[in-house]
Write a protein that binds this ligand. Structure first.
Ligand code: 5GP
Length: 184
């Protein structure tokens, strides 16, 4: 844990503990960036950031990618707005780019039930990209309801509600440099 991580813990007493430190996040993203750079040699992939949660991951990941690439953004929300994901996704903001014949890397913060990403992959496949792969910082595998192939995963985590590094609680805490767990 860095001094900065400890400082945040002191400032936000509602955070119980750090699950993944900022140092570990940085180290792992560098590895993923290298892997992606090797896999996409000779291609100009387009990284699609799923807003809002994936914005820090996109920014840090793409700065570790050495092949030429583009970025674009999508915003989605669950139709019912409840806590449980239903898998019925509303597109709040669609892509600007045409992804036909493009190599697409979907960049997500966390895969929980898998329902959101599986809906998105199916929907984007109808636009005839050359390929679609998924990069997710976190994978809550034990919560999966729908299997979806994840090509690049930062960390597998237990079935707990996490915040920080883009992930919110009531729209707050996205700015934390680490992944943390809140006090119950
Ligand atoms: P899924 O459809 O895979 O169940 O849901 C994925 C979305 O649920 C994520 O993009 C994220 O917005 C939200 N989510 C799932 N687990 C967590 C969590 O532990 N913390 C936070 N803040 N959001 C989560």
């Amino acid at each position: 844990m860095t001094f900065d991580d400890q400082d945040y813990l002191l400032r936000y007493p509602m955070i119980e503990r750090v699950l993944i430190s900022s140092e570990d996040i940085t180290r792992r993203i560098r590895q993923l960036g290298n892997e992606i750079s090797r896999d996409y040699q000779g291609s100009t992939p387009i990284f699609v950031c799923i807003l809002k949660g994936a914005y820090p991951f996109l920014a840090d990941l793409t700065r570790c990618v050495s092949v030429e690439h583009e970025v674009d953004f999508m915003a989605v929300s669950s139709y019912d707005g409840g806590v449980q994901s239903t898998g019925v996704v509303k597109i709040e903001k669609d892509l600007k780019a045409n992804i036909t014949d493009r190599d697409v890397v979907l960049v997500e913060d966390i895969i929980d039930t898998g329902l959101t990403i599986s809906y998105l992959v199916d929907m984007l496949q109808t636009r005839n990209p050359r390929s679609i792969r998924v990069a997710s910082l976190l994978d809550k595998k034990a919560a999966r309801k729908k299997e979806v192939p994840l090509h690049y995963v930062g960390f597998e985590i237990p079935k707990e509600f996490v915040i920080g590094y883009g992930l919110d609680y009531d729209e707050k805490f996205r700015n934390l440099p680490f992944i943390g767990i809140m006090k119950a």
